[in-house]
Design a protein around this ligand. Structure first.
Ligand SMILES: Cc1ncc(COP(=O)(O)O)c(C=O)c1O
Length: 392
């Protein structure tokens, strides 16, 4: 496995995200009103921590969130809630899901169509959320998508799903065109100039997982010293990082952004050194489907740029190593089911702690015996056939 690292030279130049902790409270209030809401577990891996020579490894395990096998439903459901509050003139600070269940609203809701592009998990969250509110969804997926991922979306809720022959970025553009033509609402988990309000709500939706993780660490009297965040467009990473900056201030964890080498747009943006985001062109192929995105989200890139200490660009065997380590449960550690995009940060951590070629990086990021590391397992076995092939 190969991990390339980059130490950021762009840190500390931003004004700092403020008010994330209080936003998270409001967002969590909505999530708590959703049937099936349960705080996702924070799992300690003491056996692995001992083997790697660090104080602790804690995994926020999102693989069971809302029964969708990934964290993504947090963002999609909250954004849909905000859009529909606007439509029906409800105050999002006091409204809840119940307000949309009244028969006179259900009729109007059944005529509202959402559209999105996804490589799997976001679309599943949107289909499920459309079902919650009584709306409909249209979901487009890029070339190379496994049929099982499309099927999982159809099963999650009232969604029409198609696999295109376009790249992820081109499929986003296609979904956007369909929205304009059909009068559907585009609900995309990444932002660009002129399309920021809805993805902003999606980013806020992910705050719930950050707030829950911090609450559980506090209950153990722990402060994370290191945070590994996998990034596709970076919406989840930027959201979680903004919460950590707001909550811990100067004491925020050293944060490392993990990406597949073929789609490492944050790594390349940081390397470019001028603060501007860069895209990865072409048609990248990686088993880390959720991270296979070529352009950073315009809302979260500035947070990542200003507050992440480093970037780790990983080949597919890194994700494989992470999946196997999670599944193995070293020295009595609990076993965790983690898919390709969920496990990449653990694979990157294993490489950082064990590979001689990464000695300098380990020192630069201060990964020593005092380290309390927080990882987020963002998905379970969302591609079960590949999971079986890899983990056995
Ligand atoms: C399982 C999983 N992890 C991580 C991510 C990355 O999230 P983002 O695109 O917000 O960076 C995704 C995105 O789809 C995902 O599905």
């Amino acid at each position: 496995m190969t991990v390339r690292y980059w130490i950021s030279s762009l840190r500390g130049k931003g004004a700092g995200p403020a008010g994330r902790v209080s936003r998270a409270r409001a967002v969590r209030c909505f999530h708590e009103s959703v049937p099936g809401y349960r705080k996702s577990p924070l799992v300690s891996l003491p056996g692995l921590a001992k083997q790697l020579g660090v104080q602790g490894i804690y995994v926020k395990d999102e693989s069971g969130r809302f029964g969708l096998q990934a964290f993504k439903g947090l963002g999609g459901s909250y954004a849909m809630f905000r859009i529909l509050c606007d439509r029906f003139g409800l105050d999002p600070e006091t409204a809840s899901l119940e307000d949309f269940r009244q028969p006179e609203r259900q009729e109007a809701l059944s005529r509202i169509h959402f559209v999105t592009c996804t490589d799997g998990n976001h679309g599943r969250g949107i289909a499920w959320a459309a079902g919650l509110f009584g709306c409909r969804a249209h979901v487009y997926m890029p070339y190379g998508t496994q049929a099982v991922r499309a099927e999982n979306i159809r099963r999650a809720g009232p969604a029409e799903v198609s696999i295109t022959d376009l790249s992820y970025d081109d499929t986003v553009a296609y979904a956007s065109k369909r929205a304009a033509k059909e009068g559907w609402i585009l609900i995309q988990d990444t932002a660009w100039e002129g399309y920021e309000e809805i993805p902003g709500w999606i980013v806020e939706g992910y705050l719930t997982l950050a707030a829950e993780a911090v609450e559980d660490l506090e209950a153990l009297s722990l402060r994370p010293t290191h945070l590994f965040l996998q990034a596709g467009v970076g919406a989840m990473a930027g959201s979680v990082l903004s919460y950590m900056v707001d909550y811990y201030g100067e004491n925020k964890p050293v944060t490392l952004i993990v990406e597949p080498v073929v789609a490492d747009c944050h790594f390349r943006s940081a390397q470019a050194g001028d603060g501007q985001a860069r895209s990865v062109e072409g048609a990248p192929v990686t088993i880390m489907a959720g991270l296979n995105c070529g352009t950073p989200c315009s809302l979260t890139w500035p947070v990542i740029r200003d507050y992440a200490e480093g970037y780790l660009s990983c080949d597919d065997p890194v994700a494989v190593a992470g999946m196997r380590a999670y599944a193995a449960g070293l020295e009595g550690d609990p076993k965790i089911i983690s898919g390709e995009s969920g496990a990449a940060p653990l694979g990157a951590l294993l490489a950082l702690m064990q590979e001689e070629a990464l000695d300098e990086a380990r020192k630069a990021f201060k990964l020593g015996p005092e380290a309390v590391i927080l990882l987020i397992n963002t998905e379970g076995a969302t591609d079960p056939e590949n999971y079986r092939k890899i983990v056995g």
